[in-house]
Design a protein around this ligand. Structure first.
Ligand code: CTP
Ligand code: MG
Length: 241
């Protein structure tokens, strides 16, 4: 049996605001999706990567994986069309995994600076018997629940959420494959609708009533969402060199 990754790269990157899909945008001269795939492959515990991409851009993405492998490694890479939501894209990726895969890591191409050590930590936690594992970092902001904004735009504070036990969740998220398949099957009715779909796979597992476990995340696993995030990622990359 082996571990594989579903690398989600089928989003358009509306908030980044570029003409091309976010996963093709370059960071330090390398498209985000390629950098993310190399990070997964270099972890040493991932036997194959399935990349979910915008259907219309399939050829452009496939060209990044010549010979069907992650460049510089012998890890097979397969490019498949994603869906209208991240949840649907992950489901498409899961359907393309080989029969020998018993552990799946789901990872965002947008978290392309994730250190291989974090990939190994998540995979090892699943192998150790935790069937659903997410990396997470402490929340540093004070978080308040607010009500509806009035006509002047001001919204009332309803509650201040105690911060000590709050965590911001990252990827890769690791799962026993059978559990993740079951979670996606149970949540499939939501996959076509951006408002109803879940934004992370662990949410689907929680909805099944199964326990999800947290391991320490890493600030370098930040998700590139806005132009400011991309600028921050450039800084982190420069720090590493
Ligand atoms: N994703 C995907 N399929 C979708 C939507 C998103 O595979 N239908 C992927 C993105 O490519 C990204 C990850 O899920 O790697 C996290 O999504 P997000 O950061 O929201 O990326 P986008 O949806 O591309 O960005 P935006 O929401 O700003 O359009
Ligand atoms: Mg999105």
């Amino acid at each position: 049996m082996s571990s594989a990754a579903v690398l989600t790269a089928a989003g358009s990157g509306t908030r980044l605001g570029r003409a091309l899909p976010k996963a093709l945008v370059e960071l330090g001269g390398q498209p985000l999706v390629l950098r993310a795939a190399v990070g997964l492959a270099r972890a040493g515990c991932i036997g194959a990567v399935v990349v979910t991409v915008p259907a219309a851009e399939r050829d452009a993405f496939a060209a990044l994986f010549p010979g069907g492998t992650v460049p510089g490694t012998d890890v097979p890479a397969r490019v498949v069309a994603g869906g209208p939501t991240r949840q649907a894209s992950v489901a498409a990726g899961l359907a393309a995994l080989g029969d020998d895969v018993d552990v799946v890591l789901v990872h965002d191409a947008a978290r392309c600076l994730t250190p291989p050590a974090l990939v190994r930590a998540v995979e090892a936690a699943v192998r150790a018997g935790h069937r659903a594992v997410v990396p997470a970092v402490p929340v540093t902001d004070t978080v308040k629940r607010v009500g509806d904004a009035g006509p002047d735009g001001a919204a009332p504070v309803v509650a201040t959420v105690p911060r000590l036990d709050l965590r911001a969740v990252q990827t890769p998220q690791g799962f026993d494959r059978a559990l993740l398949d079951a979670a996606h099957a149970a949540g499939a009715h939501r996959a076509g609708d951006e408002a109803a779909a879940v934004s992370d796979d662990a949410g689907l597992v929680e909805a099944l009533g199964e326990r999800v476990w947290v391991v320490p995340g890493d600030e370098r696993a930040l998700k590139i969402t806005t132009p400011r995030d991309l600028a921050l990622a450039e800084l982190l990359l420069a720090e590493d060199h």
